[in-house]
Write a protein of this length. Structure first.
Length: 335
């Protein structure tokens, strides 16, 4: 029965290509939104450099990795040369500056794991997060953006997957489900493992870009304009890939034993990282290796309950992609 369904799905799956592309296009931010973000960034940079002349602002996260929806927040890293700076104090000073310029809902979380300042710009209505010297996030943002330039299907797949994850409420790290960053890595790793491959493994190629952040060495091949034809031997459409993505995480990935790794373009055994045993609160129900900070498992937020929710959602989505002739309502149905 399964085989028959699979054949059926294969036969008519490409009729879903255009509707999936329409979903993707409806989520892309307009150019004017990008312009507003840049203008806000330079306004903020002016304010900041009046107080700290050597400071610079860098965008990171979805506003800069090409996987941002329209109306999404912007993430900013404030780069200070003095690395021993008291981040908490600096953020509190910045709170005063922003309040004096009428920025709204200004709130600092100076004692969070990554200290952050949140506010809304009164001119554009854009919500912003600022953190200090988050250079690793700036570099992994570049890696994601570089992967997106190799094959258009990555950006399409990520948008569909993020839209699904937000609708189904499995994109909430404080509830034990996965960050957008983790979903992007899952999409990249999935496309690296298609046969023929749709994406290469940039960290296994010749180094053309290299940056040390603390004791982490970040290097990879970043001349992605040379790789524009990389995936052409694989003709799968976005519809086939969405089907394949959910099928893969529902039925093919070995959650118990394997680590998802963009760095190697593959999966490998958890035991090689000691992630097969529980240490403290870290259970590794799903393991996603950070491409640069390799001791960091992005799945560490997932607990016994949320792994069940997550896997049920993958199965639900796989089932819908297998059986629904028009999956667009059910797949993205609000939870
Ligand atoms: P969204 O559109 O949902 O806001 P986003 O791409 O901004 O998506 P977030 O998960 O909010 O995704 O993360 C913002 C950025 O912070 C990521 O692009 C990544 O650079 C960095 N980041 C987030 N979580 C981690 C993490 N656990 N470890 C390292 N870097 C992270
Ligand atoms: Mg964000």
């Amino acid at each position: 029965r399964n085989l028959k369904m699979k054949t059926l799905c294969r036969r008519d799956i490409n009729s879903l290509k255009d509707p999936f592309l329409a979903v993707f296009e409806s989520l892309i931010p307009a150019d004017e939104e990008k312009i507003k973000q840049k203008q806000l960034l330079s306004r903020l940079e002016k304010l900041v450099t009046q107080e700290w002349p050597e400071a610079r602002l860098h965008l990171y996260g979805s506003c800069d990795n090409s996987f941002g929806f329209s109306n999404s927040d912007i993430d900013i890293s404030l780069a200070m040369e003095n690395r021993d700076i008291d981040k908490g104090k600096l953020l509190l000073k910045l709170v005063d500056i922003l309040k004096s310029k009428n920025f709204q809902n200004v709130k600092a979380l100076p004692y969070a794991r990554i200290p952050v300042l949140k506010f809304v710009d009164p001119v554009t209505g854009i919500s912003c997060d600022i953190c200090i010297n988050n250079a690793l996030a700036v570099v992994n943002t570049k890696l994601l953006r570089d992967y997106a330039q190799i094959d258009a299907r990555l950006r399409q797949l990520v948008f569909i997957v993020k839209h699904w994850a937000k609708s189904r409420r499995v994109n909430e790290t404080y509830q034990g489900t996965l960050s957008s960053y983790a979903y992007v890595l899952m999409c990249i790793n999935f496309l690296q493992q298609r046969r023929p491959a749709i994406l290469p493994c940039l960290q296994r190629m010749e180094t053309t870009y290299s940056k040390s952040v603390g004791n982490v060495e970040c290097s990879y091949f970043d001349q992605v304009e040379k790789l524009r034809n990389f995936g052409v031997k694989n003709g799968e459409s976005i519809a086939q890939l969405v089907w394949g993505f959910f099928h893969y995480w529902a039925y093919c990935h070995d959650f118990e034993n394997d680590v998802i790794s963009v760095r190697t373009g593959a999966t490998f055994s958890k035991s090689s990282k000691g992630w097969n045993t529980r240490v403290g609160n870290d259970c590794h129900f799903i393991s996603i290796e950070d491409p640069f900070e390799v001791s960091h498992d992005l799945g560490r937020v997932v607990d016994k309950n949320s792994i069940r929710v997550l896997r049920e959602e993958f199965e639900r989505a796989a089932e819908i992609m297998q059986n629904d002739s028009s999956p667009f309502v059910t797949l993205f149905e609000n939870y």
